[in-house]
Ligand binder design. Structure first.
Ligand code: S3P
Length: 434
C-alpha cells in the first residue's frame, strides 16, 4: 500500500515529456518478436504492463535487452521462431498482453497456459476466444488460467460485436499465420495501432473504410527501428489538470496524435478548454503514427454530451473527463459507457464513489436501449476527501488530479497501481506545481 496525501495546487506551469504510448509499445514488441532480425524500440515505456510483455517474450525464447534507459533491442528469427515456454506464463495485470497473446499463441506449434493476476482473471476473454475458435483455435476455459493448444488456423470474416482494439488485434495476429486472408469489420472504429504497425512491418494489410483485410502466411520485415510517441492517455491527465487549475499553462511534448485516440482532446475543447495542438501532423515514419506537442491553458469549462460513437476514441480517458465535468458548469452526459464496467476495475463504480465523496452530484441511469449513461451535475468545485484508487491506475491518477484542483486536503489510499502505465506520474505532476 502506498497512500498519498495531497494539498491543492495553486497553478501548474512548465513542460512534460511523456513515456512512449503503452498500446503502441505492446504492438512494437509483439511484431518485433516475430520478424527476422534486430529491432530497436526508442522511447519504450518501462511500466508494469509493458514489462509484463517483455518478460513473456523472453520466456518464449526471444532475445530482448535494454541498451539505454529508454531503448530496447529485440532479436528474432522470424514468424515461426517462438519456443515453447518452460513454465506457465504469468501475464500479471496486463489485459492487452493477455488478449493479444491469445491470438498469437493460438497459431503456434506448442501448448501453453496463460495465468493472470486477480483483477485480470475476472475480465472478459470470451470476446477474443470466440472469433479465434472460429479460426480453428483450441482455447479453454473462458477465464484465466487459460490453456492454448497451438493449431493450424484458417482465415475468417469477422464482424466485431464490441468496439475493441484488443479483440481486433488478437484476430489480426492469428491471421498472420493463416494461409488465406482474414477480414475484420468494425462497426465502430477502435484504435488502429496494430494496423499501422503491421504496415510498418510490411504485412499484406489493406484497410478500406471499416474493413481490414490481412493476407497471412508470409514473413514480416522489421523496420529495424521504431520510435514510440508519447502516450496520449497519460497526456490526458496533464491536459485536464492544466485546464482545471486556475492560471495554469502546460506544454505536453511529443504526444501521439492518432485520430482514433483524440476523443478527449476534442471533448475538452468542446467543454471550452483552451487546448492547442502545436506542430500538428508531425508524422513519425518510424512508427507510422502522427505526433506533436499540446499546449493547455486554464479555462472555465461547461458541461457537454459525449455520445456512444465517440466513446472508443476516449475510452481510457473517461475517468479524467469525469473529473473535468465535475468542475464544469452545468450537466455533462456520457452515453454508451458500458465498457467502463470491465476495465481494470468497474470505473463507473470507482469514479462515482470518489467524486461523490468530493461533493459531486452524479447519476447513473439505464437508457431505453438498456445501455448505461452517466450524468454529472458540475458545480465548479471539488472538496478534498479521503479517496480510493480501487487498485486501478486510471482511477488513481484521476483522483490525484482531482485532489490537486480541490479545496482542502485529500488522501488517496494506495497509488502503487499507477506503475501499471506511468510510474513517474506523481513526480511529473508535482514538478509542474508552482
Ligand atoms: C487497448 C484497447 C482498449 C483500451 C486498453 C488498451 C489496446 O481496450 O481500453 O487500455 O491497447 O488495444 P479494449 O480493446 O477492451 O477496448
Amino acid at each position: 500500500m502506498k497512500p498519498l496525501n495531497i494539498l491543492p495546487a495553486l497553478k501548474l506551469k512548465g513542460a512534460v515529456i511523456l513515456p512512449g504510448d503503452k498500446s503502441i509499445a505492446h504492438r512494437a514488441v509483439f511484431l518485433s518478436a516475430i520478424s527476422c532480425g534486430k529491432t530497436i524500440l526508442y522511447n519504450f515505456p518501462f511500466n508494469d504492463d509493458c514489462l509484463a510483455t517483455l518478460d513473456i517474450f523472453r520466456e518464449l525464447g526471444v532475445k530482448i535487452s535494454k541498451i539505454k534507459p529508454q531503448r530496447i533491442i529485440i532479436s528474432s528469427k522470424g514468424l515461426n521462431s517462438l519456443k515453447p515456454p518452460k513454465r506457465d506464463l504469468f501475464i500479471k495485470e496486463s489485459g492487452t498482453t493477455f488478449r493479444l497473446l491469445l491470438g498469437l499463441l493460438a497459431a503456434q506449434k506448442f501448448t501453453v497456459t496463460l495465468k493472470a493476476g486477480r483483477a485480470l482473471s475476472l475480465r472478459p476473454m470470451l470476446r477474443v476466444i470466440n472469433p479465434l475458435k472460429q479460426m480453428g483455435a483450441d482455447i479453454t476455459p473462458e477465464y484465466p488460467p487459460i490453456t492454448i493448444k497451438g493449431a493450424q488456423l484458417k482465415g475468417i470474416d469477422y464482424k466485431l460485436p464490441v468496439a475493441s482494439a484488443q479483440v481486433k488485434s488478437a484476430i489480426l495476429l492469428a491471421g498472420l499465420y493463416t494461409k488465406k486472408r482474414t477480414r475484420v469489420i468494425e462497426l465502430q472504429k477502435s484504435r488502429d495501432h496494430t494496423e499501422r504497425m503491421l504496415k510498418l512491418f510490411k504485412a499484406g494489410i489493406k484497410i478500406s473504410g471499416n474493413t481490414i483485410t490481412l493476407k497471412g502466411g508470409s514473413e514480416l520485415k522489421t523496420p529495424r527501428r521504431i520510435d514510440i510517441p508519447g502516450d496520449i492517455s497519460s497526456a490526458a491527465f496533464f491536459m485536464v489538470a492544466a485546464t482545471i487549475i486556475p492560471r495554469s499553462e502546460v506544454v505536453i511534448k511529443n504526444v501521439n496524435l492518432n485520430q482514433s485516440r483524440l476523443g478527449a482532446v476534442y471533448a475538452l475543447a468542446r467543454m471550452g478548454g483552451c487546448i492547442k495542438i502545436l506542430k500538428a501532423n508531425r508524422y513519425i515514419p518510424r512508427a507510422q503514427e502522427p505526433s506533436g506537442d499540446i499546449l493547455v491553458r486554464a479555462s472555465r469549462l461547461k458541461g457537454i454530451r459525449i455520445g456512444k460513437k465517440e466513446i472508443p476514441s476516449l475510452i481510457d480517458e473517461l475517468p479524467i473527463i469525469m473529473v473535468a465535468a465535475s468542475l464544469a458548469k452545468g450537466k455533462t452526459v456520457l452515453s454508451g459507457i458500458g465498457e467502463l464496467r470491465v476495465k481494470e476495475t468497474d470505473r463507473i463504480a470507482s469514479m462515482t464513489e470518489n467524486l461523490r465523496k468530493m461533493g459531486v452530484s452524479i447519476k447513473v441511469t439505464k437508457t431505453r436501449s438498456n445501455s448505461e449513461e452517466i450524468i454529472i451535475y458540475g458545480r465548479g468545485e471539488l472538496n478534498g476527501a479521503s479517496l480510493k484508487s480501487f487498485g486501478d491506475h486510471r482511477s488513481a491518477m484521476s483522483m490525484v488530479v482531482a485532489a490537486f484542483a480541490a479545496k482542502g486536503k485529500s488522501r488517496i489510499d494506495d497509488v502503487s497501481c499507477i506503475n501499471k502505465s506511468f510510474p513517474d506520474f506523481v513526480d511529473n505532476l508535482y514538478s509542474l506545481r508552482k
